[in-house]
Design a binder for this molecule. Structure first.
Ligand SMILES: *[C@@H]1O[C@H](CO)[C@@H](O)[C@H](O)[C@H]1NC(C)=O
Ligand SMILES: *[C@@H]1O[C@H](CO)[C@@H](O)[C@H](O)[C@H]1NC(C)=O
Ligand SMILES: *[C@@H]1O[C@H](CO)[C@@H](O)[C@H](O)[C@H]1NC(C)=O
Length: 87
């Protein structure tokens, strides 16, 4: 009986941590509302749809943008600072 219970809890814990990792991979840190976002080191392959297009400063280092197309950042018409160090 006891082993079944602990396996169940282990499964719940693993599922919970996977969800946390998945969601944090999609979430940029808001440093200044609608303006400055830090998306560093999230393993992102594209600009998250959650970024408002009023974003002015974007720190996007240590991600995996496969290519930078002209459309990649065009949504962010007010972008004036972009950090792509070691993207
Ligand atoms: C950010 O944008 C949202 C939606 O456009 C708006 O409701 C909110 O007031 C804005 N916040 C600031 C600080 O500009
Ligand atoms: C871009 O900046 C201008 C001037 O601050 C502002 O009027 C405009 O609403 C901004 N555009 C977006 C998409 O936030
Ligand atoms: C900015 O976002 C709003 C809704 O969030 C959208 O209606 C608008 O078309 C966007 N502007 C650009 C230039 O993408």
């Amino acid at each position: 009986m006891a082993p079944h219970v602990s396996c169940f809890f282990l499964a719940v814990l693993l599922t919970a941590s996977c969800e946390v990792i998945t969601s944090s991979g999609q979430t940029c840190i808001e440093k200044e509302a609608n303006k400055t976002y830090n998306c560093e080191n999230l393993g992102l392959r594209e600009i998250p749809a959650t970024l408002p297009n009023s974003t002015e400063c974007l720190e996007f280092s240590f991600n995996f943008l496969p290519t930078i197309q002209s459309t990649t950042f065009s949504r962010l018409i007010n972008l004036t600072y972009l950090d792509l160090t070691r993207y």
